[in-house]
Design a binder for this molecule. Structure first.
Ligand SMILES: Cc1cc2nc3c(=O)[nH]c(=O)nc-3n(C[C@H](O)[C@H](O)[C@H](O)COP(=O)(O)OP(=O)(O)OC[C@H]3O[C@@H](n4cnc5c(N)ncnc54)[C@H](O)[C@@H]3O)c2cc1C
Length: 436
């Protein structure tokens, strides 16, 4: 079992504490109650309150406690690499075109929101860089560039040489650079969003785990150990931490634990030697190599480790070594922060907007691309609920949850998937991906 690591993360060390938020005590009522204060719950609550709705947001721990406060902080205006607009349409029907459009503007949506509410979260819109580890994937990235151009959006394709120069590592076949992406301190973004949301009049109650969801007299009721919220509508944005609250939601996703490390601090000369332009990098490998500079000059990276004892120790060794291999000029890597979080994955990598019962929905499954997507999706859900967005304009189908077939097998899938993926990735990359 991995230990709880929220307070061990680099982001916890760098981010000023959240302002005190009391737990829910007694009975309150609202137009809508949102359960779970990650980016998705916060963005939905904020945008609903901007539209004039009375909103209560209940959080089991504190805003950003889930994946939102523990991730790598990449603002990625893209779904999975393999998915072009036609594939997304194939999976979601007409809603797929709207999801593609939403994703296309999602990088700017994050940075605009940060500017609008003056959120201090080390935001850097330096572009998101996706290098291709095979020639075939470089061709897919080139197709993505044409897809975006057709939709009126400009992303750049970098040559092999330009990519090596930008990353400071050779072996990639080229890259896609999306100038609307970038990086943030995710916990500072979550806490800043919470502050903005409260300023709009939303009651956020921390330390208020919803234990039961019931319906009485035509209203939905969220029950915590000390209080109750009655509302016309309820939205669950609990992500992978849904646990036993609503089993049909838990059955529709696969929880995947992802580990992160942050290295020692590097001086200015080392910082200037790799990741030029400070674009965060996430390559096309199955087990993605993702790396960025933190605001205080550390390298942050991570990924999956095999289930088993001492996962933090194994993550430390594996991801430090991987950095040393790719950037040998930096010398020995010492992980000074190690932590983990859980992603809600879906088999097709698409997010879900679930209709559970009349007036009760769940939004979940942003997989590993959740900062930009959740921010924009929250705004779309607020639009739908407040009537400014018609059902036919919403970017996802609104359907009852479908259980993941063979959930037990799927849950242990990463144990088989990981060694296979690492092997395929290294065979495909050849001896490349060394420092340039
Ligand atoms: C290690 C890691 C790295 C990642 N890196 C990136 C990245 O670089 N870029 C990117 O775009 N995405 C990344 N992701 C994915 C991204 O973080 C998620 O998709 C996104 O944060 C999900 O947001 P959310 O609001 O849906 O869920 P969460 O942030 O998980 O929030 C759910 C909240 O619900 C609360 N909750 C649960 N049950 C209850 C209950 N019963 N009552 C009250 N509250 C409850 C939890 O405490 C939690 O705060 C990463 C994820 C991980 C784990």
């Amino acid at each position: 079992m991995a230990t709880e690591t929220f307070h061990q993360s680099l982001w916890s060390a760098l981010t000023p504490a959240a302002e005190p938020m009391p737990p829910l005590v007694g009975d309150v009522s609202s137009d809508i109650v949102v359960v779970g204060a990650g980016f998705l719950g916060l963005s939905t609550a904020l945008h609903m309150a901007e539209g004039g709705a009375k909103v209560v947001l209940l959080e089991a721990d504190e805003p950003g406690f889930g994946a939102s406060g523990r991730n790598t902080g990449f603002v990625v205006p893209s779904l999975k690499t393999a998915f072009g607009p036609a594939d997304v349409r194939g999976l979601l029907g007409e809603a797929g075109d709207r999801l593609t459009a939403l994703v296309g503007q999602s990088g700017n949506a994050v940075f605009d929101l940060i500017r609008r509410y003056a959120i201090d979260c080390s935001a850097e819109q330096t572009g998101w860089l996706q290098p291709a580890h095979t020639a075939a994937l470089q061709r897919i990235l080139e197709q993505r560039q044409r897809d975006w151009a057709t939709l009126g959006r400009r992303v750049e394709i970098l040559s092999r040489e330009e990519t090596a120069e930008k990353i400071g590592a050779s072996g990639y076949h080229g890259a896609l650079l999306d100038p609307t992406g970038g990086q943030i301190n995710p916990l500072a973004y979550a806490r800043g969003l919470a502050r903005a949301t409260m300023a709009q009049g939303v009651g956020i109650y921390a330390g208020s785990r919803v234990q039961q969801v019931t319906r009485a007299d035509g209203k939905w009721m969220a029950v915590t150990d000390k209080g109750r919220v009655r509302a016309d509508r309820m939205l669950l944005t609990t992500n992978a931490l849904v646990d036993k609250l609503y089993p049909a939601v838990a059955d529709a996703i696969i929880p995947v634990r992802v580990h992160q490390i942050a290295s020692q601090h590097f001086g200015e000369a080392d910082q200037a030697s790799i990741l030029h332009g400070r674009s965060p990098v996430a390559d096309t490998r199955r087990h993605t190599f993702a790396v960025r500079w933190s605001p205080d000059g550390r390298l942050v990276t991570g990924g999956l480790v095999m289930p088993g004892p001492m996962p933090l120790e194994r993550a430390t060794r594996y991801f430090s070594k991987r950095l040393e291999n790719i950037f040998p000029a930096l010398g020995r890597i010492r992980a000074e922060h190690v932590w983990s979080g859980v992603i809600a994955a879906t088999l097709d990598s698409m997010p879900r907007f679930m209709s559970l019962e009349p007036g009760l929905d769940a939004a979940i499954g942003c997989n590993g691309r959740g900062i930009a997507l959740t921010t924009s999706l929250g705004r779309a859900i607020a639009g739908l609920y407040s009537g400014t967005l018609a059902v036919g304009e919403f970017p996802l189908p609104h359907k009852p949850p479908q259980p993941v077939p063979g959930k037990l097998v799927a849950q242990y899938g990463p144990a088989f998937w990981l060694p296979w993926s690492n092997l395929r990735d290294s065979l495909e990359s050849g001896a490349g991906l060394a420092a340039s």
